[in-house]
Structures are given as C-alpha cells and as structure tokens.
Design a protein around this ligand. Structure first.
Ligand SMILES: [Mg+2]
Length: 352
C-alpha cells in the first residue's frame, strides 16, 4: 500500500498578498491584471470567493460581482520563490515530490525521512511547518494513490486535511460527478451524459469491454479510476525537454469549434505547468491523430519564449489549419511547448 499526499496551498497568490500586507487581511483580494486592461483573476481570496468570484474570470466581471474587492498586481517571481520554500519543506520529508503547479505537489511518503508510520501524521506535520515557517495554510489529501489524493485535498478547503482509507474508496467515489475522473474533459463528459452516466458509481456499472469500445484506451483508465485504482507513480523527474498534454477522444471529433475548445484546455494545462516551473519555450507543437490512426505533428517556432495560455492556444489553433483535421476529423489532440528560452531569466529550475 502506497501513502500518497496531494498538498495544495489555499488561494495561494491571494494568501501571500494578505500575509505580506496586513491591510489586506480579511478583505476581498483579487490578484491579477486591471479591469481596464482586460485583466484576468489569477487568484481570489476566500473573502472574494463568497461573491462567486473565481480564478480565470475576467477582472471586469469579478469587480462587478464584488465591488469592494482590492485588486493587487501579480508578483510571479515572489510566488515562485515562496513555492521553492514550500518544496524545501516537502524535501525534508521525502525526495519523491512531483510538482503540478506553484502551489500544488504530490508526495510519496510511503518511506519518509522521519519514518513516520501514518501518512496523516506526515500531512499534519507538513501543514504545521508551512504554517509556522511561511504563515500560509495548505490543504492536504491523503490516500493510496495520486487520483484519490488529489480529489481528497479539495474536499475540506481551506486548511483542510482529508483522508480516504482503502475501505472508504468505493463509497467515497459513488456520488462524485464523472468529470472528477482524469481524462474526462468537456467532450467525454457530454458523451458519458448521453449514456446516462452522471456519477462515478454509475460509471462503475459499465463493463471494461463497453468502456474500451466506446472510449478506446482511455476507457480502460476510466474503468480502473472509477474503482479508485491508479498505479501512476509520483514522478520527481525534472529534466523535461518539452512539456505537452494530450487527450484521446471518446468519439472522433469532426467539429473544428470543438477541436478549438480542446486545444484551449490543453494549452491552459501546458501553460500552468510552464509557469509553475518558471519555463518559457519558443516552439509550439500540435499533435493530431486522425481516425485512421496516423499521427501528424506541426510546429511553429516563435521569436521569443512564451508560457501564456493565450499565445500557446492561438499558435496551436493556427497549426490546426495546417493539418487535415477539418476534413478527416481527429481522435487525439496534443499541445506541447519546447525549445527553452536560454536567455530567459525565468528559466530557474526548481530542483537545483
Ligand atoms: Mg491552491
């Protein structure tokens, strides 16, 4: 039995701003760009969230919903530095730390450096360290694998600690929506709903054979994840030459508009990871697999390194026009960024 933690700082950017500036404590804080400059909310404090504001929302909309909000510009370099300090705490417990974002990591604490027998106790100790050393709060999910730990960390926010024990797995997953399953994006979710599958419990009633027929290889993943089975290791590897994300679709996609939606989602995931690693890349690559299973890639190299979602998505969508996706349809789409910008001071590796 592995012991996996998913640790996620609470409203990270906003909490850092409130920590550093006492005048902001207890107030609705929105970190991000100005509404007049088409800014987007990078993080919202819990006070602001009560008004329905959330990250990725246009700042203009957020201010309309929460007029009392104080807007604070992002200080990415500062957050990255704190992110390193948080990871330094994790490394005191285990070397198996896999970063997902600035404020999110998986930890395998099965064999931890302090020989603490219970993962829950490790999570408590880490949360206490983050609080005492950095004056920030984190939520922790404790479970036997990454899939469950990630869902768990979200159950009890902020300052949460949620444990899923092996005998609780089945009941815990029963009524969760299918979109909680990894790999279930908007298109797959819609297809599952068409099959009258709304919850993970309902998904569990579908045989492996049917899921594989409907969704291909990922159908097998759905089958296992619905049962709380996930063997993926916590991967501390940091020598990535490129960052990419891809999705295989349940049913071949023929509508270009839908392909664009998927590309935007993939670009957002890639951008989040690049930003969390302080990386900018100059080459954007789009990968497509046609229904006849042939794979094609198209790349575009830009003049300067980028890591923002909008530029990655725009470039990938331009590349889509250079494929036969519109006439043949696609079974898989992938978006990647590579060719790290050597001149870029942001290229600070996290494990140095
Ligand atoms: Mg967070």
């Amino acid at each position: 039995m592995r012991k996996i933690l998913h640790i996620d700082l609470d409203a990270f950017f906003a909490s850092v701003e409130q920590r550093d500036n006492p005048e902001l404590r207890g107030k609705s804080v929105l970190v991000g760009g100005k509404p007049s400059e088409r800014g987007v909310v990078a993080a919202a404090s819990y006070e602001a969230r009560r008004f329905g504001v959330h990250s990725a929302m246009p700042m203009k909309t957020a201010v309309r919903m929460c007029p009392e909000a104080v807007i604070v510009p992002s200080r990415i370099d500062h957050y990255r530095e704190i992110s390193r300090e948080i990871r330094a705490i994790f490394f005191q417990y285990t070397d198996l730390v896999e970063p997902v974002a600035y404020d999110e990591c998986y930890l395998d604490v099965t064999q931890n450096k302090h020989s603490i027998p219970y993962a829950t106790e490790v999570a408590k100790a880490i949360k206490a360290d983050i609080c005492s050393q950095l004056s920030l709060t984190a939520s922790a999910g404790v479970a036997g694998n990454k899939f469950l730990a990630k869902i768990a960390s979200d159950m009890d926010k902020p300052n949460g600690l949620f444990v899923i024990k092996p005998h609780q797995v089945e009941a815990f997953l029963e009524n969760l929506p299918v979109k909680k399953i990894w790999g279930v994006g908007p298109v797959t979710e819609k297809r599952l709903h068409e099959m009258d599958i709304e919850t993970i419990g309902q998904l569990r009633e579908i045989s492996l054979e049917v899921l594989s027929r409907e969704f291909g290889k990922v159908g097998g993943d759905f089958y296992h994840l619905a049962r709380g089975v996930d063997d993926r290791p916590v991967d501390p590897c940091d020598d990535r030459k490129s960052i990419s994300r891809e999705t295989t679709f349940a049913a071949d996609l023929f509508a270009v508009e839908q392909m664009k939606v998927e590309i935007q989602q993939l670009s957002e995931n890639v951008a989040q990871f690049l930003e969390s690693e302080g990386l900018k890349g100059r080459t954007v690559t789009l990968k497509v697999r046609y229904p006849n299973l042939t794979i094609r890639t198209r790349s575009q190299t830009l003049l300067a390194g980028i890591n923002d979602k909008a530029t990655i998505a725009r470039t990938a969508i331009d590349l889509l026009a250079k494929t036969q996706a519109q006439s043949l349809g696609v079974r898989l789409l992938g978006v990647g960024v590579s060719h790290w910008d050597e001149e870029n001071p942001l290229q600070l590796r996290l494990f140095e």
